[in-house]
Design a protein around this ligand. Structure first.
Ligand code: GLU
Length: 281
């Protein structure tokens, strides 16, 4: 991003469970960075996955973030110039991006099942949240232009094989990934007709004029995918600041399912916001 753009950062939680101490830390950093730059902080509700997101978690998310002392000036609860701020209400933006990618030949429909993909993966997938390296079985398909709507198949982004995708992370320094070996053709639209995380985040960060993305280091590799998507869509690439992940004593990443480490759980046990933010798990 150019230095002349006013700083705009975002908190982008998914309401699939209660926020945990890892989110608290990351969101605190995001808020600090926005404040240090005299910028704007927005809250985006990433509630695309209808199977996993629940309204009570949306409510809990606002409450927990406010309790921690975090404030935002644009969001689903307070409006703003780039409404709507809930992804479930932004489908038109994602369909428009899908069309653009279809028309410019960047994506193809894929009918491989999840099982086919897992079995054909040419490299073991070590990161639980990451998608397996796609074998490329449907890659040569040339029927993309015949689809008028994305529903019914997975849509994959054809990555430029062996191209290095590099970026300078504001916290972790120089990063580089190789398309086709560190990650393969990734899904941008799911067969159950839900836009995939990678697409939604790129479309929204561009539409909401986000200048710096602050999030957990578990998404570093996704940043490489998202940079490719930005280029394909002609969207500016924001700056990135990936926070260290909070791990427990056994070195395991904290996840939302650890209720004891949810912001809510800690607060119910009498912790203060300061203690939650400084917690060593
Ligand atoms: N909604 C995503 C999550 O909760 C984060 C997306 C992002 O920051 O890019 O994991």
């Amino acid at each position: 991003m150019t230095d002349s753009s006013p700083y705009r950062g975002r908190l982008a939680p998914s309401p699939t469970g209660y926020l945990h101490v890892g989110h608290a830390r990351t969101f605190w950093v995001a808020a600090q960075r926005a404040a240090q730059h005299g910028g704007t902080l927005i809250l985006r509700n990433e509630d695309l996955d209808r199977q996993r997101c629940r309204p009570e978690f949306v409510h809990a998310m606002y409450e927990d973030l406010h309790w921690l002392g975090l404030h935002w000036s644009e969001g689903p609860d307070c409006g703003g110039p780039y409404e709507p701020y809930s992804q479930s209400q932004r489908r038109d933006f994602y369909v428009e991006a899908w069309r653009k990618l279809r028309d410019s030949g960047f994506i193809y429909p894929c009918t491989c099942s999840r099982k086919d993909v897992a079995e054909a993966a040419s490299a073991p997938n070590n990161e639980a949240d990451d998608e397996p390296l796609y074998s490329g079985k449907c890659r040569a398909r040339s029927d993309a232009a015949q689809w008028t709507v994305p529903a019914g198949v997975n849509w994959r982004f054809r990555v430029p094989d062996r191209e290095e995708v590099a970026f300078n992370d504001r916290h972790l320094g120089a990063q580089h990934y190789v398309a086709g070996s560190d990650f393969g053709d990734f899904v941008i639209w799911r067969r159950d007709d839900v836009p995939a995380y990678q697409l939604a985040v790129v479309v929204d960060d561009a539409a909401m004029r986000i200048t710096e993305v602050v999030r957990g280091a578990d998404l570093l590799k996704s940043t490489a995918r998202q940079i490719l998507l930005c280029r394909a869509l002609g969207a500016p690439v924001p700056d990135h600041y990936h926070c260290d992940l909070v791990r427990d004593k056994a070195g395991l990443r904290l996840a939302k399912r650890h209720h004891a480490l949810s912001i809510r759980g800690l607060r119910e046990s009498g912790w203060t916001p300061e203690q939650v933010l400084e917690m060593q798990a």
